[in-house]
Ligand binder design. Structure first.
Ligand code: BMA
Length: 924
């Protein structure tokens, strides 16, 4: 819902004069380093790294060890400058402002050699009054100071007590004291990302000139009046009135599709003025609400606001308005101490399924969606039949489960943002958490989330650290927070504000070894920052969604304990973050039966085709210097092999490159299977209380996307390629899912439904031996009713009985598969349960898998045939952009059809050349 700034020409008195004019300073600037030895052209928006790369002065920053080689760029103090002529007579304007939508980060700004201001916060928007310095021909200069040097200075100046952590762990190869600068916290390095503390003008810059008055910004919140059963809209417009006399007039607000139009009189006194309007929508008009993906439509309504002011000054704005309510429900639960923690959208409880979002690149100028918004072609295929709100996966149709919306792009267009977000809904997710160590995302991100039905859990940008609270810092944060609330509050996708990432936990679990006597100082700072400033600003600026101080937190319990809980990760309250790389992830008993899991995950390596682009031959082994360098999480590579080794034989081919590729494959298998087990545990815990714990209503794994080509917790690689985990997510987040697990040697299947109504169906349970492509036994249940919005037990059988019932099965020789269906229509993905570790599997033999590729319109069909049962079948077309309808699957049948949706035009022969298939049987 971008607020379109229309520069409307107004007729003032006698002559025809524009009431406001804007002159863009985007485009080419000149960039110069501290001692003047380097001077180059650079684009705005952009950053120094991108400019150096575009001029051919540096290689790709992500290539091999360039994060270390290019450290000097961030340590230098660069200057951006530009000379320009304003193409209109500037002296005729009462007020002229310089608007900077985003400056990264520390700079002093000179306009015609006069200092007009400074910046210290990349998340703030700056406006400087340049009325008295602007001329027809002008010069502008932004003198940057290295954010790394600034952060060090600020930390040094903070003499009263330290504000930890000082530096990131050595394995991250990052810069220190990032908590002292209001800049993307992960740009100084993270456990999945490089250190590229960029410098530059990263957003739009322009000059705005106006007479009489100017509309600075405009926001709105739909509010549902329960007692009147009607929707209202609160609209707020901020004006700068430069006329010496009051400006009168009227404003007309219209939402034609809702047959709503209202007119108000107004009089603006000189100075900064806020106009508040209240629009009633008649209760007789049906307002379609906005729903998250999988729960309904994302209906929005076009609204226009026209200010008709004295002197013929007309200002018009348009926006898309979406109506929805959100509540965070924290209430007692029968049989469990503590409180629930779940969201109701439009009064309906919704299980939040999804992941955590990090910045899509270290260089934000590479993440743009401008062109493809207009040019992208979406087409919907007949794979998802929608009956009521149920998505049917067809059994016998030519298009297999998982076939959905596909995206085709023309080559060369930057399509990143939409591609990533489309992949979110394609994987049946409904939520992303915009994590507090990155950035408040660009407008397009939230617009796409609105359109696609992705709920956003929005952190404020503070993560894994304590923060100072001296006045300068607080002032900067206050400006940032007030601005971001205004910019983002009209988006229905945002359902909650959260103060920070893991800072309550850092404080209370004493990550930084603060002595108990000093702790009160830090608690005081914590409360000052997140409660007395950020929370207070949220309450004043946006009453339309809940606020929590941190994640993980105990919600209402945290408040009751004075804003910091003894154990913010409690299973009885709020949300939890859970990581355990030591315990066996196939054992669901290791996972917390929490109210809401907002972070959990396992690492894997990105595919070889992704790594190949930033590495050279000597890097291609798991123990190379490069493999060690890209791993930013202490012991990460060992942990992956350890976890994989619990259930799989580790690759040991005589060909070192084969071993490297197989190891990458196996880390992806391990990650996919671990996150599957954990997520299925959370989903099946939604309706139960076991040992006084449960009613889990959210599963957001860590992390969705990658910032560069490196091992990480992500399910999408840098560039958008789906890892095995992302294909698994498509299944484990399916709206209807049978989940299998064992407890005390009994095998259970739970049915999980996110649907709004009850449906009748049957459950089919099959047992296969590893050595045959025919099931050894199969049974179908009586018709059962799958209750909407619940997880219920559908099936239980002692494992010994199951094995006996099915011929000569042993745990090692057999595997169970199961699915839900009705009238021969598949309603769920086919799920499976391993009865033993696969390294102990008996009867598995090397599967020869072949594919015949054909083209059907823009889609490619892969007809697969296998010679034997094959677990974790992985279809790979290298770096050809696109995704398969399913991948990483267990192939128990001789043939299977899989589709490939290209994201850019490609051909059958290109696919044939790049195609490679692996299964677990290849490394046995
Ligand atoms: C949590 C996150 C991130 C981190 C992840 C994996 O702490 O909030 O800071 O990347 O775990 O370690």
């Amino acid at each position: 819902m971008r607020l379109h700034l229309l520069l409307l020409l107004a007729l003032c008195g006698t002559g025809t004069t524009a009431a406001a004019l804007s002159y863009s300073l985007r485009g080419n600037w000149s960039i110069c380093n501290g001692n003047g030895s380097l001077e180059l052209p650079g684009a705005v928006p952009g950053c120094v790294h991108s400019a150096l790369f575009q001029q051919g002065l540096i290689q790709d920053s992500y290539y091999r060890f360039n994060d270390l080689n290019y450290r000097w760029i961030s340590l230098d103090n660069w200057t951006y400058s530009k000379e320009f002529k304003i193409p209109f007579e500037i002296s005729k304007w009462q007020k002229v402002n310089l608007i900077l939508e985003g400056v990264d980060t520390i700079s002093k700004i000179l306009f015609n050699e006069v200092t007009i201001g400074e910046t210290d916060n990349m998340f703030n928007r700056y406006s400087f009054d340049i009325t008295n310095v602007v001329r027809d021909v002008n010069s502008i200069e932004l003198r940057f100071q290295s954010a790394v040097l600034y952060a060090a200075q600020q930390s040094k100046a903070h003499t009263r007590y330290p504000v930890p952590p000082d530096c990131p762990p050595l394995v991250q190869k990052g810069e220190c004291h990032v908590n002292f600068v209001r800049k993307e916290q992960c740009s100084f390095s993270w456990d999945w990302g490089p250190s590229f503390p960029t410098q530059g003008i990263w957003k739009d810059v322009r000059i705005e000139a106006y007479n009489i008055c100017h509309l600075n910004d405009f926001t709105f919140s739909p509010i549902y009046d329960k007692s009147a059963q009607a929707w209202n809209l609160e609209i707020e417009a901020t004006f700068d009135v430069v006329s010496s006399k009051p400006v009168g007039g009227q404003v007309i607000v219209a939402i034609p599709k809702l047959q709503t139009q209202q007119m108000y009189n107004l009089e603006l006194q000189p100075g900064k003025r806020i106009v508040e309007l209240f629009l009633n929508i008649s209760k007789n008009i049906t307002v379609e609400t906005w729903w998250p993906h999988g729960h309904g439509n994302q209906t929005g309504y076009n609204m226009t606001i026209l200010f008709e002011l004295d002197g013929g000054l007309n200002i018009e704005k348009s926006a898309k308005v979406y109506f929805r309510t959100v509540e965070l429900i924290e209430e007692p639960i029968k049989g469990s101490p503590g409180l629930s923690f779940y969201f109701k959208i439009n009064g309906f409880p919704i299980f939040l399924k999804g992941s955590n979002w990090i910045p899509a690149d270290s260089f934000q100028d590479r993440v743009t969606s401008e062109l493809f918004r207009k040019k992208m072609k979406f087409f919907s295929r007949h794979s998802h039949r929608i009956i009521g709100s149920i998505f049917l996966f067809k059994c016998s149709c030519p298009l297999p489960a998982g076939a959905g919306l596909a995206v085709v792009l023309q080559p060369g267009w930057s399509n990143w943002l939409r591609l990533l977000l489309q992949s979110v809904v394609d994987a049946n997710m409904n939520t992303l958490r915009v994590w507090g160590g990155g950035i408040y995302e660009q407008d397009e991100f939230y617009e796409l989330c609105d359109e696609l039905g992705i709920m956003v859990w929005q952190d404020f940008m503070f993560a894994c650290a304590l923060y100072p609270t001296d006045q300068g810092f607080l002032d900067s944060v206050r400006a940032e927070v007030a601005y971001q609330i205004k910019r983002l509050k009209s988006h229905p996708s945002i359902i909650i504000w959260s103060g920070n990432n893991e800072n309550e936990e850092a404080l209370m679990m004493n990550w930084y070894h603060i002595s108990i006597t000093d702790r009160p100082i830090y608690i005081k700072d914590y409360v000052t920052l997140y409660v007395e400033n950020i929370r207070e600003l949220v309450l004043a600026g946006d009453k339309s969604r809940p606020f929590i101080t941190s994640s993980p937190t105990n919600g209402a319990e945290t408040v009751a304990e004075g804003w910091v809980s003894q154990n913010p990760n409690s299973n009885y309250f709020g949300d939890v973050h859970f990581y355990d790389y030591i315990s066996d992830c196939w054992n669901w008993k290791v996972f917390p039966r929490a109210r809401f899991a907002s972070e959990y995950g396992y690492q894997s390596w990105p595919s070889f085709s992704t790594l190949e682009k930033v590495s050279s031959t000597e890097d291609w082994s798991f123990s190379s210097k490069f493999s060690l360098h890209r791993q930013h999480h202490e012991g990460g590579n060992k942990q992956m092999l350890y976890q994989a080794g619990l259930h799989f034989k580790l690759p040991k081919s005589t060909d070192p490159l084969r071993t490297f590729k197989d190891t990458i494959y196996l880390t992806q298998v391990m990650q996919a299977q671990c996150v599957k087990t954990e997520t299925e545990f959370y989903r099946r815990s939604r309706s139960e209380i076991v040992d006084q714990q449960g009613h889990t209503m959210g599963a957001l794994y860590w992390q969705l996307n990658d910032i560069w080509q490196a091992p990480s917790w992500a399910s999408l690689e840098y560039g958008g390629k789906w890892k095995m985990l992302h294909y698994f997510a498509q299944n484990f987040f399916a709206p209807l899912l049978p989940v299998g697990f064992e407890n005390e040697n009994t095998f259970y299947i739970y049915g999980v439904s996110d649907l709004h109504s009850d449906y009748s169906m049957t459950l089919t349970v099959r047992v296969h031996t590893w050595s045959s492509l025919e099931p050894v036994c199969s049974c179908v249940t009586e018709h059962l009713v799958m209750k909407g919005g619940e997880a219920v037990r559908l099936y239980e059988e002692p494992v010994s009985q199951l094995l006996r019932r099915c011929g000569n099965c042993t745990r090692e020789s057999c595997v169970v598969s199961f699915y839900l269906s009705a009238d021969h229509e598949l309603l769920s993905p086919t799920n499976y349960h391993f009865l033993s570790s696969l390294k102990e599997a008996v009867g598995l033999c090397k599967a020869q898998i072949t594919a015949i590729i054909s083209q059907q319109g823009d889609i490619f069909v892969f007809d697969l045939e296998t010679s034997a049962v094959a677990p974790f079948v992985w279809l790979d077309v290298g770096s050809i952009p696109g995704r398969f309808s399913d991948n990483g699957f267990l192939m128990t049948e001789k043939t299977r059809t899989i589709l490939f949706y290209p994201w850019e035009p490609t051909s059958k022969s290109e696919l044939e050349q790049s195609f490679h298939v692996t299964s677990l049987t290849d490394i046995y």
